[in-house]
Design a protein around this ligand. Structure first.
Ligand SMILES: C[S@@+](CC[C@H](N)C(=O)[O-])C[C@H]1O[C@@H](n2cnc3c(N)ncnc32)[C@H](O)[C@@H]1O
Length: 258
């Protein structure tokens, strides 16, 4: 059942996991209770995470913001090259799947320079995976959110510190909100206004304890950073002199071409 749904709604390759896709489908279904809704996505890559919303007639506007052809920094201490992934490739992918793109709008750039008007019911942040950029994407998209709305973040482990800061920012400014981590998925959601009062686990998708998640994310990210950047060399000369025999060497950042 799930596989059939996933194939139908995600016909284009995406960097989301099975659980992420199920969360996205559940939120899409939840928002369909409204007369209509509007979706903004930061980081669209090949268009794979846009398709459930483009296929949903209740979603009246799909805004894709993507600063194309960049090499991206990442809190895992590695680099990801999207230099060869263009907006045209995304549009061709969508057309090849015969997806209606009349409700799609695109902006090639960073949201901080985006001058478009309009307010959104759902924002998906999946651009540069650093805490600084995630926090910046959050601040700029926050101005574009409706009062009762949802903002979701991908790869929560990688940008967990940004999520902690966003939680503090919202508390300090007395916003009515709930921050939740979806179980076994990389997605964290901030539910604003009246939507924060619903039973998210029951109505949308099972959730896990946010504070526990943050504690585990810290350990998991540290392991990834060490694996990516630190080489350990055993020095026999030091060993023979009865000195600490290991030397830690910082490697340069690996670049993965996406
Ligand atoms: C992780 S991928 C997005 C994956 C996509 N959401 C999916 O599920 O397939 C990150 C995307 O962010 C884009 N990007 C790079 N810099 C950006 C920026 N400053 N603002 C928005 N998007 C950016 C890249 O071009 C790339 O397409």
């Amino acid at each position: 059942m799930n596989n059939r749904l996933i194939k139908k709604f995600f016909p284009i390759p995406t960097q989301t996991s099975l659980e992420d896709k199920l969360v996205i489908l559940s939120i899409n279904r939840f928002l369909s209770r409204k007369k209509f809704f509007e979706y903004l996505e930061i980081g669209s890559y090949l268009g794979g995470s846009l398709t459930p919303f483009l296929m949903n007639k209740k979603c009246k506007k799909v805004m894709s913001i993507d600063h194309r052809n960049q090499i991206l920094d990442d809190e895992r201490s590695e680099k990801f090259s999207y230099e060869k992934v263009s907006e045209n490739m995304m549009i061709e992918n969508l057309k090849n799947q015969k997806i209606d793109i009349t409700r799609l709008r695109t902006y090639n750039g960073d949201i901080k320079n985006f001058k478009g008007f309009g307010k959104y019911d759902l924002v998906f942040i999946d651009g540069i995976h650093t805490d600084k950029n995630t926090f910046s994407d959050f601040l700029y998209s926050f101005d574009k959110l409706k009062k009762n709305s949802i903002i979701i973040f991908h790869d929560s482990v990688v940008i967990y510190k940004a999520l902690v800061l966003i939680n503090e920012f919202l508390k300090k400014n007395n916003h009515i909100f709930k921050i939740i981590k979806f179980k076994s998925s990389g997605i964290t959601g901030v539910f604003l206004g009246n939507i924060s009062k619903i039973n998210i686990s029951a109505k949308i998708y099972p959730t896990e304890n946010f504070d526990e998640f943050i504690k585990n994310a810290e350990k998991s990210l540290l392991i990834q950073q060490l694996t990516n950047r630190v080489d350990i060399k055993f020095k026999i000369s030091r060993f023979l002199k009865n000195k600490f025999p290991y030397k830690f060497i910082i490697k340069s950042k690996k670049k993965t071409i996406v």
